[in-house]
Design a protein around this ligand. Structure first.
Ligand code: V47
Length: 370
């Protein structure tokens, strides 16, 4: 099977990669259907290099924070969201969150706060703007990478205004860039099954399109390993590529492997993804997303050893120190919540790559030897 793949499926795709030609939907499905994992990895690494990638592997010194886990949406893949009545629910005031952030910053000089929330129906736009303003004033050098497109859409509904109006308010308050969550799988069929209460794909794209036009860069993601088909994964990746052609504002793509523990899907027998699928998704993402420079192997999601392997399957970023991750922990991640910089450096060097500490916009802050 693997030899056949090399001859019949992957050889013409390799020719396209070498010629700098764009892969199409059929190529994407053929790649997803291939079980020649090493050939996929080699092709993805080739694509990364042909498109100008070097040996650098990036990471950021960041911290994850969450202001509220109260959520109106009942996504079947989520173990983080709570209703206000549940004991484990929380909603912090801006002052509580800022006090915590400042104390953490004394302990570890992070350059980025990554913050996402549940879609809390009991707050208003000022709840979000206030925390940005207060953080910007308390920690002026820290980049605030806040709020998924789903949250922005939720804020626009709460406030009865447009995505653009919400983004302008948040940008004025200190928003630096945005994380890529909420994308899940764009196909209507899948959204209806896994997240029926969530906005349609068109709204997710409108938020990112608007953010990019306002000069706010963003990340993008794909949640895989649940009910989606290979065709729906490829469709998802190609829609992201099309958006990037239009506005160019995606800094990175992060595939997110579904974690089933404590979710509705766990009760229906869904399992964790396999290492082979995780590496395949990284490789195919790199091959199809020819206009997104950074593909992240998020170690929280795949564990450090697999993230290290992913560096040979097209990834060139391992996200960073992270610290205090909650969404994947709630759903059964066993990778821990924090990496020391020295550990990230060791893993990258042992993969034969050059560790580069970056800021949130991919400016280089520090480089180690390979
Ligand atoms: O939209 C939730 C995912 C996203 C589960 O931009 C799950 O760098 C797997 O935005 N298993 C929110 N995935 C988190 C997010 C994010 C995460 C990592 C990196 C970045 C970035 C952004 O988390 C959701 C959903 O796709 N998610 N629950 C779960 N059980």
């Amino acid at each position: 099977m693997a030899v056949l793949d090399m001859l019949e499926t992957l050889a013409p795709i390799r020719e396209k990669i070498e010629a700098g030609a764009r892969l199409d939907f059929e190529d994407g499905v053929a790649l997803m259907e291939s079980d020649d994992l090493l050939a996929l990895g080699e092709l993805a690494d080739l694509a990364r290099r042909v498109r100008g990638g070097g040996d650098e592997v990036y990471f950021v010194q960041g911290i994850n924070m969450y202001q509220t886990n109260v959520c109106r949406v009942k996504c079947k893949f989520c173990a983080f969201a709570k209703t206000r009545k549940q004991e484990e629910s929380y909603t912090l005031t801006a002052d509580e969150l800022v006090e915590d952030a400042v104390a953490q910053h004394h302990a570890a000089q992070f350059t980025e706060i990554h913050l996402v929330n549940g879609e809390n129906p009991h707050v208003d736009l000022e709840f979000y703007a206030e925390v940005l303003r207060k953080l910007r004033s308390a920690l002026p050098d820290v980049h605030l990478k806040f709020y998924t497109a789903s949250e922005i859409h939720h804020m626009s509904k709460l406030e009865g205004c447009s995505h653009e109006e919400v983004l302008r308010v948040l940008k004025d308050a200190g928003l630096g860039s945005m994380p890529g969550g909420g994308a899940e799988i764009f196909a209507d069929r899948v959204r209806a099954l896994i997240a029926p209460g969530k906005e349609p794909a068109e709204d997710w794209f409108d938020v990112h399109d608007t953010a990019h036009r306002l000069g706010i860069t963003t990340q993008c993601t794909m949640l895989y390993g649940h009910v989606e088909t290979y065709e729906e994964r490829v469709d998802h990746l190609l829609r992201l590529r099309e958006q990037q052609d239009k506005t160019g504002g995606f800094l990175s793509f992060i595939p997110l492997a579904f974690h089933p523990e404590n979710t509705v899907f766990e009760r229906r027998g869904f399992r964790f993804t396999t290492g082979a699928d995780d590496l395949k998704v990284i490789a195919v993402s790199r091959l199809l997303l020819d206009n997104i420079e950074h593909i992240k192997a998020y170690w929280i999601m795949m564990g450090m050893p697999m993230a290290q392997l992913a560096l040979h399957f097209g990834a060139n970023d391992v996200q960073g120190t992270v610290v205090r991750e909650q969404i994947f922990q709630a759903a059964g991640a066993t990778s821990g919540t924090e990496q020391k910089i020295s550990e990230l450096v060791r893993f990258i060097q042992d993969a034969g790559r050059i560790p580069v500490q970056r800021d949130s916009l991919y400016n280089e802050l520090h480089r180690w030897a390979a």
